[in-house]
Design a protein around this ligand. Structure first.
Ligand code: PMT
Length: 393
């Protein structure tokens, strides 16, 4: 299952360290080459000799080995296909999240450019700690896969969330990541997300309820499958790939069109305002005696349509979304013709359990040749993978 794969296990100083002996055996039984690196504190819970025997490799602990020519942390990082940090203590998570490299394990993590899985285990109070959670979020934003701890009886005597997740969970996730196809490697995706922000004056704007979740899910899925990704976003999000922040439809259009000739695929998941204020006041507009206020609006550019008109070949593949509250498929069929895109993803935004702001969606994929494929309600993360599969197989 893991023939020829190089797995680097990082063990930190928590009681669950003893469980990792069995994890090493599981990886070895699956034919992986396993190397282990420990923080000095991990050796309070498990011996170097045990780890060395199980992994059949030297165990790394000290950062500076005077017998080695190449810096050790770089050679560990170069050699491994994946790094699995388990158990990951609050201390090590905090160091990695903040770029601190004060031992071999944290130095390797800092230099590591391939997938990292971290399986935290700690006392439940520590897990709930605000700073620990902020650090976990930083790791997630940087592309780490976090396998959350489970609830139950903890070695410190407390009951709560903090136990290392099951070894099978760590094993299965490692296999999934190592065997996942990077079938979008070499492709460049530009994906938009969020509702555009059209200013009225210095304090007010027109926008909509788009959270950006659908576009972010698509960007994450494309990135996981090896694509280079630019997310053109109106919502603030930190990711390992490039995020270009924009506000208005005009700004979004400039950011997207800049990539028209370089991109392989452009996906417009953003909810773009059709109109903007004709004049934007540079101060706060004052209330007047009148009971009425008229705001003059002008049409925004249709970014999606413009992309389709301006491309000079069948590259990039252009994908639009279609947000409708009635006659979804009828309107989507008309819209794909009007916009001229290759695919249109239709979703019903009148439903509360999908669409705007929800973690879920239910969509119908239309293509320019008349094909129609409905996808059942599922998490946006799953819908995103299905959409990419439909486009790239
Ligand atoms: O962000 P979430 O909370 O996750 O919600 C996701 C979503 C509901 C916003 C998303 O799934 C979605 O439907 N996005 C498209 C919303 C929209 O603007 O739909 P539309 O039918 O009005 O526009 C059709 C297409 O033209 C869209 O791809 C849109 O990005 C694009 N468009 C629209 C107007 C405009 N001036 N320029 C455009 O490019």
């Amino acid at each position: 299952m893991l023939n020829g794969k190089n797995i680097l296990i990082g063990i930190t100083g928590g009681i669950a360290a003893y469980k990792i002996c069995e994890l090493i055996r599981m990886f070895k039984r699956a034919n992986a080459n396993v190397r282990v690196v420990c923080t000095p504190n991990a050796l309070n819970f498990v011996t170097k000799l045990t780890l060395q025997n199980l992994s059949q490799n030297e165990v790394g602990i000290e950062e500076f080995d005077l017998n080695e020519f190449k810096p050790e942390h770089i050679s560990y990082a170069d050699e491994a296909d994946i790094m699995v940090i388990a158990p990951a203590t609050a201390n090590t998570i905090g160091k990695i999240a903040n770029g601190i490299c004060d031992n071999l394990l944290t130095s390797i993590a800092c230099a590591f450019k391939k997938p990292v899985i971290a399986a935290p285990a700690m006392n439940c109070g520590m897990w709930e700690n605000k700073f620990v959670q902020e650090n976990i979020q930083k790791l997630k934003n940087a592309g780490y896969t976090i396998l959350e701890p489970e609830s139950g009886y903890l070695a410190c005597g407390y009951e709560g969330k903090g136990r290392l997740c099951k070894l099978e969970t760590i094993f299965d996730k490692t296999v999934e990541i190592l065997n996942s196809k990077k079938n979008l490697a070499g492709k460049k995706f530009v994906i938009t997300c969020g509702g555009t922000i059209e200013e009225i004056d210095s304090v007010r704007y027109i926008s909509n309820y788009s959270s950006g979740k659908m576009g972010i899910a698509l960007a994450d899925a494309a990135y996981e499958q090896g694509a280079e990704v630019i997310l053109v976003s109106t919502v603030n999000v930190e990711r390992a790939y490039k995020v270009e922040m924009v506000k208005s439809a005009n700004e979004m259009q400039i950011a997207v069109e800049k990539e028209l000739n370089n991109a392989d695929c452009i996906i417009m998941a953003a909810a773009v305002a059709d109109y903007r204020a004709k004049n934007i006041a540079d101060h706060k507009l004052k209330k007047t005696e009148s009971n009425e206020f008229t705001l003059e609006l002008v049409k925004n550019p249709d970014i999606l349509k413009g992309l389709c008109e301006k491309r000079t070949s069948d590259k990039p593949v252009v994908v639009g979304f279609c947000a409708e509250s009635e006659d979804l498929i009828k309107n989507a069929k008309e819209k794909i013709l009007k916009k001229g895109c290759d695919y249109l993803i239709a979703n019903d935004i009148s439903r509360k359990d999908i669409g705007f702001s929800s973690d879920f969606n239910e969509v119908t994929i239309l293509d320019k040749n008349g094909g129609i494929k409905p996808l059942q309600r599922a998490a946006k993360t799953e819908i995103a993978k299905e959409i990419l599969k439909e486009i790239y197989g």
